[in-house]
Design a protein around this ligand. Structure first.
Ligand code: KG4
Ligand code: ZN
Length: 344
C-alpha cells in the first residue's frame, strides 16, 4: 500500500511516499525558516501562502523521485492539527481534494502522533510498549505508547515547551530564530561551570516540567554581564546543561515508574547532541535503550505523517477506508483526545 503524506502545520512543507512493504520511498521538505527569521518568529499568513506555492511541486517531485504516478497512491495522510489553522488548511484541502478525485481514503493525522511514531522509521526500531519523550517547539511531554493510537500522558510542561525555551534563550543571546540548533552549537565553546542555572521542577516528584523560569534566569544573567562571545557561549552551555539534566532525569523516572526499558525521543529538540549523549549514558546505566528518529525526521517532515497514516490505515477495518467527503482542521487538539484506529 502506497501512502502519500502531507505536512503543513507550521513553517515546513513536508511531502513523503511510504510503501507498507518497501518502507519510505521518497520525501521532500521545504523549510520557510529563512522567510520568517526576519520577523523573529513564524508569521501565520505568510506560512499559509508559502505552503500553497510549495505543496504541488513537492508532491510532483516526491512522486518522480519514487518513480510512481498519482494513480498508484492508495491513501493520503495529511496533518489535521494541531498547528496554524491557515497552514493546516492547505495540506488538508489538497489531501481531501486528491482523495476525492482519486477515490482513495484520506486520513487526518495528529502532528504529535507523527513525531511519536517517527523513531519507528529507523532501524533498529523500538517495539511497543515504550516511553516517548516529545520535545518540540510547541510541546514537552512524556507519554507511554502502548500501540498506534494508544497513548497515555505521564507528564508535560506547565508553561513553555523545551524548544520554546531554547528559542527564547537563543533570542536573548542574539542567535536569531529559531535558535535551538544555533544555541547548541554555541554551547560547544562554553566553559563548564561558569554559570549555574536552576533545574526547574527537578524534584517535584512528578513527571511535569517548567521552563519559563529558566528563561527568566537567563534574562537576569544576560542583563548583568557584558555579552562577550565567550560569555554568550558559557550562558548557552549553562542553559543547555539545565534543560538536559531535567529532561534526562524525568525521562529516566518515567522508565522506572513504568517498568519499561525503551525510550523514544521525538521532536526538534531531540536533535540536540548533549541531550542525546546524556540520555544514552544514563539509560545504559539502567539497562534501557534510547531510540531517536534520523536527524532529518526529528524536526517537522512529511515522512512521519505518511508513516502514521499507513499505521492507522492498517489498524482500521478496510470497510472504513473511505474517500474524503469533507475535511476539517484542528488548530488545537490534545493527543489524549485522539481516537484509537480500530474505533474508526
Ligand atoms: O518538532 P519541531 O520541528 O517543531 C515543532 O513541531 O515545534 O521542533 C522545532 C524546535 C525549535 O524550537 C528548535 O529550536 C528546536 O526544535 N531545535 C533544537 C535543536 N534543533 C532544533 N533545540 C535544541 N537543540 C537542537 N539541536
Ligand atoms: Zn513538530
Amino acid at each position: 500500500m502506497l501512502v502519500l503524506g502531507i505536512e503543513t502545520s507550521c513553517d515546513e512543507t513536508g511531502i513523503a511516499l511510504f510503501d507498507t512493504e518497501r518502507g519510505l520511498l521518497s520525501h521532500a521538505l521545504y523549510s520557510q525558516v529563512e522567510m520568517h527569521s526576519e520577523y523573529g518568529g513564524v508569521v501565520p499568513e505568510l506560512a499559509s501562502r508559502d505552503h500553497i506555492r510549495r505543496v504541488l511541486p513537492l508532491i510532483k517531485q516526491t512522486l518522480a523521485a519514487a518513480k510512481r504516478d498519482l494513480q498508484q497512491i492508495n491513501a493520503i495522510a495529511y496533518t489535521q492539527g494541531p498547528g496554524l489553522a491557515g497552514a493546516l488548511l492547505v495540506g488538508a484541502s489538497i489531501g481531501a481534494a486528491m482523495s476525492f478525485a482519486l477515490k482513495i481514503p484520506a486520513l487526518g493525522i495528529h502532528h504529535l502522533e507523527g513525531h511519536l511514531l517517527s523513531p519507528l522509521l529507523s532501524t533498529p526500531a523500538p517495539n511497543f510498549p515504550f516511553i516517548a519523550l516529545l520535545v518540540s517547539g510547541g510541546h514537552t511531554q512524556l507519554m507511554q505508547v502502548d500501540a498506534v493510537g494508544h497513548y497515555r500522558l505521564l507528564g508535560e510542561t506547565v508553561d513553555d515547551a523545551a524548544g520554546e525555551a531554547f528559542d527564547k534563550t537563543a533570542k536573548l543571546l542574539e542567535l536569531g530564530y529559531p535558535g535551538g540548533a544555533a544555541l547548541s552549537k554555541l554551547a560547544r565553546r562554553g566553559r563548564p561551570g561558569q554559570f549555574k542555572l536552576p533545574r526547574p521542577m527537578l524534584n517535584s516528584g512528578d513527571l511535569n516540567f517548567s521552563f519559563s523560569g529558566l528563561k527568566t534566569a537567563v534574562l537576569t544573567l544576560v542583563s548583568k554581564q557584558e555579552l562577550t562571545e565567550q560569555t554568550r557561549a558559557d550562558i548557552a552551555l549553562a542553559f543547555q546543561d539545565a534543560v538536559v539534566e531535567v529532561l534526562t532525569q524525568k525521562s529516566l523516572a518515567a522508565l522506572s515508574q513504568s517498568g519499561l526499558t525503551q525510550l523514544v525521543v521525538a521532536g526538534g529538540v531531540g536533535a540536540n547532541e548533549q541531550l542525546r549523549e546524556s540520555l544514552d549514558y544514563k539509560a545504559a546505566l539502567k539497562g534501557a535503550a534510547v531510540f531517536y528518529p534520523e536527524l532529518e525526521f526529528c524536526t517537522d517532515n512529511g515522512a512521519m505523517i505518511a508513516f502514521a497514516g499507513a499505521m492507522r490505515l492498517q489498524a482500521m477495518p478496510e470497510k472504513n477506508w473511505q474517500p474524503a467527503g469533507s475535511f476539517t482542521v484542528k488548530a488545537r487538539w490534545g493527543l489524549e483526545m485522539l481516537e484509537k484506529p480500530e474505533a474508526n
